[in-house]
Design a protein around this ligand. Structure first.
Ligand code: COA
Length: 309
């Protein structure tokens, strides 16, 4: 074990943390017979600092090596009404296995314990290093998701998916209903995140809602398009057809790229529909939760940036 100081990231350290996120993640995947995750320009992972610091300034923490002064690890977290969310955790490959991640995690679990809140995250089911890191610290895998993408979806998927006429772009007025729907189906609340996506000052988010017959909100699905993150989510929906309609509309919007999206493994009809559209699996993830948890109803589509769990 090395001696680390755990402290907030400083403003002058964004580039170092961005590089750490990129090198750490790509190194892990490339050394485990997978391709690199971050293939965009070297500064694309600066997006993590930009988004998390815009949302919750001061909530990126780093592990600084006492001997060399180098940053050995970083992690992002944010507190919401019902829980603490833990975003991407990284150790520099040079420091793998030396306790940087465990100490960063202990900082966040101590913080959440002081607030009396559970912590939620999404961890890879094929990465034993991160799975074990969280599992040993008391996180429990509660839900499993398959990561999917569609290389070349057909034109105008939404028209064939059904329900396209009920999908529209979200605006400020939808936020209370989005928050209430997630509270009802999942038992968590995070208004700040939804306000951030819909205000969209960075110009990279796209949020859609699905209106039921009576005008009530039956689902919503966000997405992000950036060289550092090309994903659908987060989203919650009352049922699988609503999820299919929202995914189709998002894929139409992202035509020409292949965003990754996480689908609950037990949503069999939805998964079948997605395979029919040409979807391929690229990974598996668990939602791991430390502390209070209520079994959700409906469909949940988590995402990695900002991480939702
Ligand atoms: C996952 C990652 C952050 C771990 O960082 P690290 O600093 O090497 O981890 P640590 O040295 O703190 O060790 C983590 C814990 O997992 C344990 N662990 C690791 N592999 C294990 C296994 N197969 N079974 C049981 N426990 C295991 C370690 O013993 C340690 O527990 P301890 O502190 O109670 O002894 C690092 O591998 C990494 O950056 N990977 C690439 C990026 C990534 O995958 N991030 C996670 C995305 S959320």
């Amino acid at each position: 074990m090395s001696e680390f100081t755990i402290r907030p990231m400083r403003p002058g350290e964004w580039d170092e943390v961005s590089e750490l996120v990129r090198i750490s993640t790509n190194h892990w995947y490339e050394s485990h017979a997978r391709g690199a995750i971050f293939t965009g320009p070297p500064d694309a992972t600066r997006l993590f600092c930009e988004v998390y610091e815009a949302l919750d300034p001061g909530c990126c923490i780093v592990a600084q090596d006492g001997e060399t002064g180098r940053l050995a690890g970083s992690c992002f977290y944010r507190q919401r009404e019902t829980h603490v969310s833990l975003g991407i955790m990284n150790a520099h490959p040079y420091f793998f296995g030396r306790g940087a991640a465990s100490q960063l995690l202990a900082f966040i679990t101590d913080y959440a314990d002081r607030q009396g809140l559970p912590i939620r995250l999404v961890s890879s089911a094929i990465n034993m290093d991160s799975f074990s890191l969280y599992n040993r610290a008391g996180f429990v895998p509660r839900m499993a998701f398959q990561d999917m993408f569609i290389e070349s979806p057909a034109d105008d998927l939404a028209a064939g998916a059904g329900g396209a006429d009920r999908v529209r772009q979200a605006d400020d007025d939808d936020i209370p209903a989005m928050v209430a729907l997630e509270d009802e189906l999942v038992g968590i609340r995070r208004e700040k995140d939804y306000r951030f996506f819909i205000e969209n000052t960075m110009g990279i988010w796209h949020t859609l809602v699905f209106e039921g017959e009576g005008g009530e909100l039956d689902g919503f699905l966000g997405s992000v398009a950036h060289p550092g993150s090309n994903l659908l989510g987060p989203g919650v929906m009352r049922d699988e057809p609503t999820a299919a309609a929202l995914i189709a509309a998002q894929l139409d919007h992202h035509k020409g790229s292949a965003p990754v999206f996480l689908v609950p493994i037990q949503a069999a009809e939805l998964v079948k529909t997605l395979y029919g559209w040409g979807a391929r699996n690229c990974e598996l993830h668990f939602a791991q939760i430390r502390g209070a948890y209520r079994r959700p109803t409906g469909i949940i589509m988590p995402t990695f940036m900002p991480e939702t769990g």
